[in-house]
Write a protein that binds this ligand. Sequence first.
Ligand code: GDP
Length: 297
Amino acid sequence: MPFENLGDRLRNAFKDLRGKGKLSADDIDNALREVRKSLLEADVNFKVAKKFIADVREKALGEEVFGSLKPDQTVIKIVRDELTALLGGTQTKITLSSTGLTVIMLVGLQGAGKTTTAGKLALMLKKKGKNPMLAACDVYRPAAIKQLQVLGEQVKVPVYAEEDSHEPVEIARHAVDEARRLGRDVVILDTAGRLTIDEALMEELRQIKSKVHPHEILLVLDSMTGQDAVTTAKAFDDSLGIDGTILTKLDGDARGGAALSIKAVTGKPIKLIGVSEKLDGGLEEFYPNRMASRILD
Ligand code: GDP
């Protein structure tokens, strides 16, 4: 799980504040210097870490800390609140329209966990009483279609595919039509990925977007790639426009820098997190406050 080191380091940074009846500005600055170091070691974006420290400092140097009986607890509370804000503040759910069909478009680089996440999301929605359908829009990797079909069988969700087609935009359109015809209420489009971002990929995704008007464009990101995930998020948002992110492989990410930087850098929330390879239970809704507590407690 992420933040193991960060949690330890932060607790350490506050140790010296404990038991002090009154804190000086120096005490706070010393602790914040450690906090800053630990954020950078957790691979948090440099500017994000800098602003975080400035915000905590401003609040801590206010009346609050100096007037409180347990100043160390007050500083920790401020840090907890700021971490929650950094992770996105309040929970942001995916938008499902209450009537008719919701179109969810999953985008991302190859290997980020997009196809697996499509299967996990279909199962999650099914458990919420929805009737999802999956659609294979990756025409470049024949194995991707098969992978989605196997996942669909495992979670017992129908998969729309056109094995001989080379037109992802058409497949997406047909998939939406088919979902409507079958009376499904959610269709999840699994789009193609590439090893790196290229203009052809972006153009294809923009075309799908303009043809099917997804309610949600969710970018699937591998949290283990740290700041690369943040750069990818920025590029997809600038070029395509995304509604949120799904951060996968959090179970293998010891540092957590991507999770702590993405909202601040892109302004787009983390909506779901991948916490294991398992289809059932491997995808969770993301609660910034719970994650902040997990870091500090
Ligand atoms: P795609 O190329 O983006 O479609 O990626 P895949 O869905 O094929 O996933 C790539 C690998 O990541 C697979 O081995 C998945 O099992 C694995 N994976 C995806 N999400 C998670 C996750 O949340 N945790 C772990 N541990 N592995 C994951």
